[in-house]
Design a protein around this ligand. Structure first.
Ligand SMILES: Cc1cc2nc3c(=O)[nH]c(=O)nc-3n(C[C@H](O)[C@H](O)[C@H](O)COP(=O)(O)OP(=O)(O)OC[C@H]3O[C@@H](n4cnc5c(N)ncnc54)[C@H](O)[C@@H]3O)c2cc1C
Length: 556
């Protein structure tokens, strides 16, 4: 933890050196002693300390300085660090000025120069001041701070990115906390840069303005570039299927890399509580599962490139070459596509405009806390919608689930239906579809079409979370692998039609169970045609596929 600062200001270099020396010898173990030879320089330094979220315990200023005297300096410095104790260093001739400063300018104490011996004339009074300061001191947050506004899609994108990558951060909504003195001081210290939201402040005092996830990823050391250019096994997608394949592959000696576009964990990472995964009788959050799996994979030496997107595949003899969004390439012997599925878009006027500003696809786990006391709409009737509704009900005043059908029975697991029924602030609205969403800068109302009577009802809403099924995004693979009409990838038995192997297949064996029409290119999990869309089945497929990869590699 960074030590609180004791700052002294004196334009006389000798005096500054000697006060710093005396402060350091007595307080250096518990405080950071800093000095400045001009009040202007000291104010700049204080602004930097504010942006870094450092604490300042004491400001000690010489009264006689050119341009700005000690009292003026302390008054300005108080705007930046109001809690810091303030003291003047004065010559005997200035005693009267110092006494009136104590009364008029809220100065805590004054010291006469010279203060020798400090044990008599400096430390006892400073001890009192610092004891006082310590009594109300609360250590400041030391990690990343993100400044933005709740309804800004760019702020949401960053919050979601940090949360899903398990990066601890403090969120400061500069509109909501506009009257909070700490936020005001921080915004003042940032000056004109405070307008370039979202702003990310790092503990070392550096910052990113109008920041985007890729920049933050680079700054916090998330790896987006591969360490070598060849791997035994490359896996596209870091959801449960991809992570399981990586753990099994790497633990069995394969040099393995995962390429993940958003954050390891995939869809499962967005789940607030997975209750049907074997071995966790109380359920576990998707975030927790993702974090554990990631640590496990890394322990076996798996390289995880995230955020990084695979955008193309080329075949060169036994090598499969993957092209990334940043133009880099890696090659491998065995390639596994574990790219899962992405949310289907809801077609209704206003949705695209308000996405990230009250309208969200998926769980929005980072949003749950912001929904305190609000009315939240959840669109969809599957398990993911049920889980989200239960999670939001802990914070929101009311959660309304909108479903097209007449009940949840055909789409949601019974245990979730029971939980929904037992939660008093969850309401189910059947035969209902979203006709339009309204709001200038953020969602304010939803128009709901009721198929019972064909009427449209316009209702107030603070947030809407959409869970209406998902589809694979595999267009980038269309020239390489065979897919069904929805884009799901065909594997194993799907590639044998009327007893004939798929066109272009040249090996004298059938494709392995999870192998595509390209030897050595496998597909597992939700992206695979005919897969069971569950965490356990994705994990199972990822693990099983590794056995086929060994067989494939033994003959490459
Ligand atoms: C909110 C929610 C709750 C759920 N709850 C449960 C539950 O309780 N129990 C249960 O069994 N199942 C649940 N599921 C379903 C389960 O999460 C999925 O079946 C499972 O995550 C599928 O795993 P996967 O690895 O195949 O794909 P995904 O989890 O979809 O992961 C695929 C990953 O690939 C990445 N990717 C895609 N394309 C690329 C590319 N070109 N380059 C790089 N990376 C790419 C994606 O960013 C993603 O991270 C839930 C799903 C959701 C959304």
């Amino acid at each position: 933890m960074a030590k609180p600062v004791l700052l002294s200001v004196d334009d006389d270099a000798d005096v500054l050196r000697s006060i710093e020396r005396d402060l350091r010898s007595q307080y250096g173990a518990a405080y950071r002693v800093m000095g400045s030879d001009s009040p202007e320089g000291a104010l700049d330094l204080l602004r930097q300390l504010k942006v870094r979220n450092d604490s300042v315990a004491l400001l000690l200023a010489d009264q006689r300085m050119p341009h700005m005297n000690g009292v003026e300096f302390l008054q300005e410095a108080t705007q930046i660090f109001p809690e810091a104790k303030r003291a003047l260093l004065t010559a005997y001739a200035d005693t009267n000025a110092a006494i009136s400063a104590i009364n008029e300018a809220n100065i805590n104490y004054f010291f006469l120069k010279p203060w020798d011996p400090p044990a008599d004339h400096l430390y006892p009074q400073l001890d009192d001041l610092l004891d006082d300061w310590q009594a109300s001191y609360r250590p400041t947050f030391e990690g990343i701070r993100l400044l933005g506004t709740r309804w800004s899609p760019r702020s949401y994108e960053l919050r979601d990115f940090l949360a899903r990558n398990h990066v601890p951060y403090q969120w400061i909504d500069v509109e909501l906390s506009a009257n909070d003195p700490e936020t005001k001081q921080l915004m003042d210290a940032l000056g004109p840069e405070a307008a370039s939201l979202p702003v990310v402040l790092f503990p070392d005092g550096t910052k990113l303005l109008e920041s985007i996830p890729a920049e933050v990823a680079q700054r916090i050391g998330l790896r987006t570039r591969a360490q070598t250019d060849f791997y035994d096994l490359a896996i596209v997608g870091g959801g449960p299927a991809g992570l399981a394949a990586a753990v099994y592959g790497a633990s069995e000696g394969l040099h393995t890399v995962i390429i993940e576009r958003e954050a390891p964990g995939g869809q499962a990472g967005m789940s607030s509580r997975i209750e049907n995964y074997l071995g966790f009788p109380n359920g576990l959050s998707g975030g927790d599962l993702a974090r554990r799996a990631m640590v496990q994979a890394q322990r076996f030496g798996v390289e995880i490139l995230s955020p990084q997107e695979a955008v193309g595949v080329r075949l060169e003899g036994p090598y499969r070459i993957i092209k990334m969004a940043d133009g880099s390439e890696i090659s491998c012997h065995a390639l596994m596509i574990a790219a899962g599925v992405q949310w289907r878009r809801l077609e209704a006027p206003g949705i695209d405009r308000l996405q990230g500003a009250g309208v969200y696809y998926g769980g929005g786990t980072s949003e749950a806390l912001s929904c305190k006391g609000e009315v939240v709409y959840v669109v969809g009737g599957a398990n993911s919608a049920g889980q989200a509704a239960i999670n939001f009900s802990k914070y929101a005043e009311r959660v309304v689930i909108l479903v097209r059908g007449e009940s949840l029975a055909s789409s949601m697991s019974q245990y979730l239906i029971d939980q929904v029924k037992e939660t008093p602030n969850i309401q189910l609205w059947t035969h209902a579809t979203v006709a339009e969403v309204h709001g200038d800068t953020h969602l304010e109302e939803v128009s709901v079409l009721c198929s019972d009577d064909g009427k449209t009802e316009r209702v107030p809403a603070n947030a809407m979370f959409i869970f209406i099924g998902a589809l694979p995004r595999t267009k980038w693979l269309e020239d390489v692998v065979e897919r069904d009409e929805h884009g799901f990838i065909l594997t194993g038995p799907d590639l044998i039609r009327d007893g004939q192997r798929t066109k272009g297949w040249t090996l004298d064996r059938d494709p392995f169970l999870l192998e595509t029409n390209v030897p050595g290119l496998f597909a597992v999990g939700d992206v695979r045609h005919g897969s069971v869309k569950r965490v356990a089945s994705g994990v199972g497929e990822g693990s099983v596929a590794v056995q086929f990869i060994h067989q494939y590699l033994s003959k490459v």
